[in-house]
Ligand binder design. Structure first.
Ligand SMILES: Cc1ncc(COP(=O)(O)O)c(C=O)c1O
Length: 420
């Protein structure tokens, strides 16, 4: 068996793959027989770890039931309705409606479609531009890519023109960085062409950068008073990863639309949801002609049954609370281990959104490689090393991860070429 038949996104070492053949809990087992601590939870989504008997049973039960009924054109499965209610309750947004898709990118596309439909129904179709932050990631389908603020993702792909209005990224230590820029932008262009803002409350690929509390609150307030819809992209942070059911809850902010994906299927199934607050759903849902938006697998009943079991398991394991508890434990573990790197690295943690910020992308890639050689799977993006272990990680396992990560950092630092 060769992985050469695959074309996969691999910016680290094109054409080379690390092949895994098994998994259990926080561990992956590589084809060459190594046990690897999965510090990334698969794709930052296996929040229950690898393998789960209750989820497997739910999966099997629907695989012999309804195989496929999409929630489009008036059809919907009972499981899908049940999941929508359960998800909204779990997220603490009981008055919302849900639209299901299969990935975070699709949920972003759904949100864009709803935003435009809303303004069209309100008789203001000129409101079409989307605000987003530099460094943000909203997905790789064309609409999502066009509002993504990471220029690295735009290479070689034609970007839909005239859609995005750029704002700077969060600075956790600056209470007005984004809100001040937003105020200036609106003062010069007005808000008549602006439909919505897409925000990651904690910017994942930018290095797990959280918004400053007052900054995000001011941004939301400015948007509300300027008729700009607030779309919270919680593909990463939704369902517990930031230590709260949503990062919106952590910040005490309201949304018009809220996206969740990774933690909803926990990697067992591709599923995502766009949650729609009543002030938007009341306008869009009854509209005629209705919004023509949906996919073959929107609200797939097997996926819905699995996601429902995932929520039960997250609740049973107290996963959100565990993520919040692990935040300070991770910081303590790293602080005690990387004393000699204090000036070169900053450790960031919001729940189990973890990162080590370094000053050097080459160094960060070497840390990733060294960590893997030691048995830890993490990612390096620009100068940031990022980790998202499963939300059910134990204190003992987190200490093991911190140990491997700090050893990789120290090993890399000690072999860093001297600066000239
Ligand atoms: C905040 C955010 N939004 C959207 C996406 C896109 O999700 P997907 O990869 O499932 O399309 C991601 C993926 O990492 C993400 O982190």
């Amino acid at each position: 068996m060769s992985a050469e038949v695959l074309i996969s996104y691999n910016y680290e070492a094109p054409g080379r793959h690390r092949i895994y053949s098994g998994g259990h809990g926080v561990y992956l087992f590589s084809r060459d027989g190594r046990k690897i601590f999965d510090g990334l939870s698969g794709s930052m989504n296996a929040n229950l770890g690898h393998g789960n008997k209750a989820v497997a049973a739910a999966m099997a039960s629907q695989a012999v039931g309804i195989t496929s009924v999409p929630s489009v054109a008036g059809d919907v499965s009972e499981d899908c309705v049940f999941l929508a209610e359960k998800l909204c309750r779990y997220l603490g947004v009981v008055d919302n409606s849900c639209s299901f898709a299969s990935s975070g990118s699709e949920a972003t596309e759904t949100a864009l479609a709803i935003v435009w439909k809303y303004w069209s129904e309100m008789g203001r179709p000129g409101k079409s531009k989307i605000l987003s932050l530099d460094g943000s990631y909203h997905g790789c389908t064309l609409g999502a890519l066009a509002i993504t603020g990471r220029s690295e993702e735009h290479v070689d792909v034609p970007i839909l023109p005239g859609l995005r209005l750029a704002l700077p990224s969060w600075d956790p230590s600056d209470d007005s960085r984004v809100s001040a820029a937003l105020g200036e932008l609106l003062a010069s262009t007005g808000s008549e062409s602006v439909a919505a803002i897409f925000l990651e409350p904690v910017m994942g690929l930018a290095g797990m950068v959280p918004a400053a509390l007052n900054d995000i609150r001011k941004v939301v307030s400015i948007c509300h008073s300027n008729d700009i819809l607030v779309v919270l992209d919680e593909a990463l942070t939704g369902l517990g990863r930031a230590g709260y059911q949503t990062a919106a809850e952590m910040y005490g902010i309201d949304h018009d639309l809220l996206l969740v994906s990774k933690g909803l299927g926990c990697g067992f199934v591709p599923i995502a949801a766009t949650c729609i607050a009543p002030q938007v759903s009341s306008i869009v849902e009854g509209a005629l002609p209705s919004l023509r938006h949906g996919h073959t697998s929107s609200g797939n009943p097997v996926a819905a049954r699995i996601a429902s079991a995932v929520i039960d398991e997250l609740e049973a394991h107290n996963a959100t609370h565990n993520a919040r508890r692990m935040e300070s434990i991770f910081k303590e573990q790293m602080a005690s281990r990387v004393v000699e790197l204090h000036e070169k690295c900053a450790v960031r943690a919001t729940g189990l959104c973890l990162a080590v910020e370094t000053d050097d992308s080459v160094y960060a890639q070497r840390v990733r490689q060294n960590a893997f050689d030691l048995g830890l799977r993490i990612r390096a993006i620009d100068g940031n090393i990022i980790a998202c272990p499963p939300l059910v990680v134990t204190e003992h396992e987190l200490a093991e991860m911190a140990d491997l990560l700090s050893r990789a950092l120290l090993m890399t630092e000690r072999t860093r070429p001297a600066e000239v």
